[in-house]
Design a binder for this molecule. Structure first.
Ligand code: 5GP
Length: 188
């Protein structure tokens, strides 16, 4: 059983914000035949499921899982593709769906990769952004156009975000400060 953890951002706040972003995307891409939303695995799948259902135009999805070689790394080109796209994004209007932008290193790697594959346009939708960390690390060279929430540097879980693989199914964003709350997952 979960020990209840207090919400930093509630389920209702998240739903409301994603609906707004969906409307904005729908307006921004009016006149385009379809949109490709590419989810950054694994954390983005919950946000992405809500986001695509808030977009009122034809949407295709794909997924990519990449890992950057540690956060201390200097070059953003040094990445490992754990799961590549299934479809060729060449010539497509693409939106990357990200769960959280922390240093921005993972996102920038994905942007570089997609640009090298000849996408027609590229934007980013992120559930959470940690602006202090992004600024401090100076890795992200691309704007996050569709940003649901900005948070400070705390470690958060829920809505796809995990602690040791768990808590992705928590329907709200929580900051876990009590070590006892995490004990269950440490022992699993
Ligand atoms: P970045 O490359 O932006 O530094 O890191 C992005 C990745 O780090 C996210 O996709 C996520 O997997 C992980 N991450 C960063 N901050 C958090 C956080 O507060 N909570 C969780 N669960 N994961 C985080």
């Amino acid at each position: 059983m979960y020990t209840p953890v207090p919400a930093l951002i509630t389920k209702e706040e998240i739903e409301e914000r994603i609906l707004k972003i969906g409307k904005q995307i729908t307006a921004d891409y009016a006149g385009q035949s379809y949109l490709r939303v590419i989810g950054a695995l694994r954390g983005s799948f919950v946000f992405m499921a809500d986001l695509i259902r808030a977009i009122e135009m034809p949407v295709k999805v794909d997924f990519m899982e990449i890992s950057s070689y540690g956060k201390a790394m200097v070059s953003s080109g040094n990445i490992k593709i754990l799961k590549d796209l299934t479809d060729d994004p060449h010539g497509e209007n693409v939106i990357i769906a990200e769960d959280i932008v922390d240093t921005g290193l993972t996102l920038q790697s994905m942007i570089d990769l997609l640009k090298s594959r000849g996408v027609l346009s590229l934007e980013v939708a992120a559930l959470l952004v940690k602006p202090n960390n992004v600024a401090q690390h100076n890795k992200l060279k691309y704007p996050v156009k569709y940003k649901a929430f900005e948070i400070s540097d705390e470690f958060v879980v829920g809505v796809g975000l995990d602690y040791k693989g768990f808590m992705r199914n928590l329907p709200y964003i929580a900051q876990v400060t009590d070590a006892n709350q995490l004990k269950l997952f440490d022992e699993a």
